[in-house]
Design a protein around this ligand. Structure first.
Ligand SMILES: Nc1ncnc2c1ncn2[C@@H]1O[C@H](COP(=O)(O)OP(=O)(O)OP(=O)(O)O)[C@@H](O)[C@H]1O
Length: 943
């Protein structure tokens, strides 16, 4: 149909203007003839369709051209309408190609590479956007005649796409997934030992820009990694060279390789560790492999190097002339964690703090509180001779201690905290606040009476009593108050030299401990890739989430540590530069920089990360850079925030919990059916780990159901022979208990022909049976495959049965009670995602316990101490978790005739019999921190 139409305005216009006015329309343009001149407006240059304005008698035609609007008025209405229809047809024909191209583009986006693909959120938005933009200038309906079918089809398709709702998108994806499941059914049935479940298949097929498979223990995350790799290759979406598989650690990478080879039958695809990846990227860019500093793989060598640097700075401090003073200042104040007695609710906790941190004064006394440490050290530094907790006699009567030693009203020898023999001065520290409050575990009334008694005593024997208290300690003015009082009492000061003090700190190991701390801080500082800005943001968030850290000058301690670190860090970096070496952190950070700068061209369109919950911020930056380097790249991570156990090494579980805030729109697929363990283990482990409200909520179901508890608790009596014995499963009673349990397991095995696997797990490796003991167990139980591992090392493993050992409190207990030094804690990733919310106590240890429980397929045995069971065991009991309580069958070796009993003052010490000049008595194993003793009447003697 050829287009050719002219229309004139009302005749009166031509008469009045004495001109011939008319509009002419052809296939290519609209011509405006007014006042004898003609102007052409090609349809091609008109971005929009002409419009008509209807007046009462006449109509006007408007059109746009090169940014201007033109208008032709006084047109007879019916002719104007006919003109508009022709104009619309002409415009549509002219712009039809663009519309067809837009439709083709949308089709391309929907079907990249001619095959159907999972429709990503961004692609969907791009398609919608493209369709809507293309259609904007077009009429809602096309002219009925005169247009090609191709154009009509493109128009229809774009209209459909522009109206796509979220629901349509989901439906489209579901259809796609169903289609893929059907097409690759054989593959999904065979890729692993068992057919992949629907959920697992969906996780393999889903290919959002960012994908997180969030799953519980034993739900087959590793199966999904293998399944997805195979699916991408089988469906020809990816060549092996386009897939990057990342695992944590060489062992995990090797296991993944083996599994890929075994299940997919191919070895052209390999898993890599983050460091190997960093190394490969640097090698590609620099043309040769980077040289790794020997210190990177040898923590002892690194510490030694740092010690040399520290010594150098102490010997020749210039240009850091205040360095020795800063070191002393740190050691004097912060070599032990600062705690007031008010920080503890029980005496046992206070004693554990003193014992676990091995708090010793400069002179080597086992002081009874942090305040006493400050006093003892102050006296020592000032060269003032003192006696610590020695039996007291009135001044002048010291010569005959035996007869003149003063007894307290309860007939114990009075041992003042400090006595200055040259001056007859006694110094006592009072756990008392201004308002008379004492710590919870101190009997306030007795305490006050004892103070009164002391005051009367010193008053009556004319000795001088210096009393210091909590108020001065809290205000950080304890030593100042002491100094004032000593000056008032004319005690002369002969201060020790800095060198003498440094020698003491060198001899007592405090300097070595500082070296270790600085080494840790250097590692964390480098691993965190901090700059001034990110460091201050980190510290701000840390103090906000842990306000108690500020209580005892915590911010100053962190600042001082960083001041001490500064020259060491510079020296470390200078050493690396000089030797042309890098460390592991440089490997990650330099590789990230090369990717970002475009110096490394990434070949990977599919980035897959296993055990994502263990990722650290620099590693997350590396994979984000890789994802962003390739337009269509997708990130696929599997992880379980309940199993994040590497915060101490810089892992940030917040990156899993807040995945989409960091990486952008994410498709989260959950796997909630566990194949490993039964409902009993599942319920107990899930309930336990979920006590921390920061953990993501998950409801796991199990394939296996049992009706009886599959978690048993055996509480064992401490043999009482040796303090150390109770911490070692290597010896004595625990080993016998292990053997008893293994005996039960061995005899109850359902299939006598196939061996059962047993994992012996403990918080610390040294709590596991040693090699010889394991060999003996293996000989004793040939049908059991027994492995002993720390819980950290058991990550990703499974056994038919699990025995968790070493479930006691205190040193090397579980949860580990010795917390990280404050400066270390401050540089570690935050435990809580909300900086305003305090971190849940023992959060990481709780997750570690979850990991231990969930390694078992059939049954978990918890071996705990009877007298000081782990806090976690106490919680299981107190909160009535459905666990089975076992009764010990074996008598502990060398069991004493009378079972030991706990001290009724400190509650955790064990009373043992001693003999002194006045006969037998029981004394507390927490002596000297707990001074409780009990005289044994002759007829009551126990042994
Ligand atoms: N679809 C399935 N059907 C039956 N068993 C399965 C299936 N998928 C995985 N399994 C089995 O479940 C167990 C756990 O699988 P896998 O080790 O992959 O779990 P995981 O999620 O990586 O566990 P974890 O996080 O605790 O290490 C294995 O024994 C595995 O063979």
């Amino acid at each position: 149909m050829k287009l050719n139409l002219s229309i004139k305005p009302h005749w009166l216009i031509n008469v009045l203007t004495r001109n011939k006015h008319y509009l002419h329309l052809s296939e290519h343009a609209l011509s405006d003839n007014r006042s004898g001149s003609e102007q052409d407006f090609p349809w091609q240059d008109m971005p929009n369709l002409p419009q008509i304005d209807h007046g009462f008698f006449f109509a006007a035609l408007n059109w746009q051209h090169q940014g201007r609007v033109y208008r032709f008025s006084w047109l007879p209405k019916h002719q104007a309408q006919a003109m508009l229809e022709q104009a619309t047809l002409a415009w549509c024909r002219t712009h039809g190609r663009q519309l067809i191209e837009a439709a083709n583009h949308c089709y391309q986006l929907l079907h990249p590479g001619k095959s159907k693909r999972y429709l990503r959120q961004q692609t969907w938005l791009d398609i919608k956007n493209c369709a809507q933009t293309a259609l904007t200038p077009w009429p809602e309906t096309l002219p009925l005649k005169g247009l090609t079918d191709e154009l009509r089809q493109a128009f229809k398709r774009l209209q459909h796409l522009s109206l796509w709702s979220e629901k349509d998108l989901q439906q489209y994806r579901q259809e796609f997934i169903r289609h893929q499941q059907h097409s690759f059914n054989d593959f999904f049935q065979q890729v692993e030992a068992n057919p992949l479940t629907q959920r697992q298949q969906i996780a393999c097929i889903t290919d959002e820009h960012n994908n997180l498979v969030l799953a519980g223990a034993g739900t087959g995350k590793t199966s999904v990694m293998v399944g997805r790799t195979g699916y991408l290759l089988q469906s020809k979406q990816a060549d092996p060279g386009e897939i990057l598989l990342l695992a944590f650690g060489n062992k995990a990478a090797k296991e993944m390789d083996d599994r890929l080879k075994q299940r997919l039958g191919r070895d052209d695809i390999k898993a890599s560790t983050f460091h190997a990846l960093g190394q490969a990227i640097i090698t590609r860019v620099e043309g040769k492999p980077p040289a790794l500093t020997p210190l990177a793989q040898d923590e002892d060598a690194k510490q030694l190097w740092l010690e040399q640097q520290l010594n150098r700075l102490l010997a020749e401090p210039s240009p850091h002339s205040d360095y020795p003073a800063l070191v002393l200042s740190y050691l004097e104040r912060f070599r032990y964690p600062i705690r007031s007695a008010f920080d503890f609710t029980t005496m046992a906790e206070h004693i554990a703090y003193l014992k676990d941190n091995r708090i010793l004064s400069l002179a080597g006394e086992k002081v009874h509180s942090y305040a006493e440490l400050l006093i003892a050290d102050y006296l020592y530094k000032s060269g003032i001779d003192y006696r610590y907790r020695q039996p007291y006699t009135a001044p002048g009567k010291e010569h005959n201690l035996r007869t003149t030693a003063v007894k307290t009203p309860d007939f114990r020898p009075y041992k003042p905290a400090f006595y200055l023999p040259g001056y007859g001065i006694v110094i006592e520290f009072r756990h008392l606040r201004d308002n008379g409050q004492t710590p919870d575990f101190i009997d306030s009334k007795n305490y006050r009476q004892h103070i009164l008694w002391q005051r009367q005593l010193h008053h009556s024997d004319n000795s001088r009593l210096i009393e210091l208290d909590e108020t001065a300690l809290t205000a950080g003015k304890l030593t100042l108050a002491l100094q004032e009082q000593l000056e008032q009492n004319a005690v002369p000061f002969t201060p020790q030299s800095d060198q003498a003090l440094l020698t003491i700190f060198r001899d007592n190991g405090a300097l070595a401990a500082l070296d270790k701390l600085l080494c840790q801080i250097l590692t964390l500082y480098k691993a965190g890739d901090f700059d001034n800005h990110s460091l201050s943001r980190q510290l701000k968030a840390f103090y906000a989430g842990k306000p108690e850290a500020l209580r005892h000058d915590g911010a100053y301690q962190v600042e001082l540590t960083l001041q001490l670190l500064a020259p060491l860090y510079q020296a470390y970096q200078a050493m690396l530069a000089k030797e042309q070496h890098i460390d592991f952190d440089d490997m990650i950070n330099r590789a990230t920089a090369y990717i970002r700068s475009g110096q490394f061209i990434s070949p990977w369109s599919y980035i897959m990360v296993d055990e994502f919950q263990d990722i650290s911020a620099p590693r997350a930056r590396l994979i984000k850079a890789l994802r962003d380097a390739v337009d269509s790249a997708s990130l696929f991570c599997v992880g379980d925030d309940w199993q994040a156990i590497y915060r101490f090494a810089g892992s940030d579980v917040g990156l899993t919990r807040q995945f989409s805030s960091y990486f952008g729109h994410t498709c989260i697929t959950t796997l909630d059916k566990t194949f490993r363990f039964n409902n009993s283990i599942c319920d107990i482990a899930s309930r336990f780990v979920s006590q921390n409200p920061a953990q993501l909520t998950k409801t796991l179901t199990t394939l296996k159901q049992v009706n009886t508890p599959a978690v048993s608790l055996l509480q064992q009596e401490f043999t009482g022979n040796q303090e150390e014995d109770k911490h070692h499963a290597r010896n004595g009673a625990q080993l016998t208990a292990i053997a008893d349990i293994l005996k039960d397991i061995s005899s109850a095995r359902q299939n006598p022909n196939s061996p059962s696997s047993v994992l012996l797990l403990a918080r610390y490796h040294h709590l596991l049976p040693d090699k010889q003991a394991l060999q003996e167990l293996a000989q004793q139980f040939p049908m059991l495959t027994i492995r002993a591992l720390s819980i950290h090392a058991s990550k990703g493993m499974e056994g038919d049965f699990v025995l968790v050992l070493g479930l006691h409190q205190g040193k090397h207990g579980f949860p580990a009670e010795k917390s990280d030094p404050l400066p270390v804690d401050a540089l570690l990733p935050l435990e809580s995602d909300d900086a305003q919310k305090p971190a849940y106590a023992d959060a990481e240890e709780r997750r570690l316990f979850y990991v231990a429980l969930t390694r078992a397929k059939h049954h978990v045995y918890l071996l705990a101490e009877l007298h000081s069971p782990s806090k976690f065991i106490q919680e299981l009991i107190a909160d009535k978790y459905p666990i089975k309580r076992l009764v010990t069958k074996t008598k502990p070796q060398a069991q004493p005739a009378t079972p030991p009993s706990n001290c009724n003052v400190c509650k955790t010490g064990i009373l043992s019999q001693k003999t002194g000049p006045h006969g037998s008595f029981y004394s507390c194993s927490n002596y000297p921190y707990c001074q409780y003793s009990e005289t044994i009447a002759k007829d009551r003697r126990r042994a």
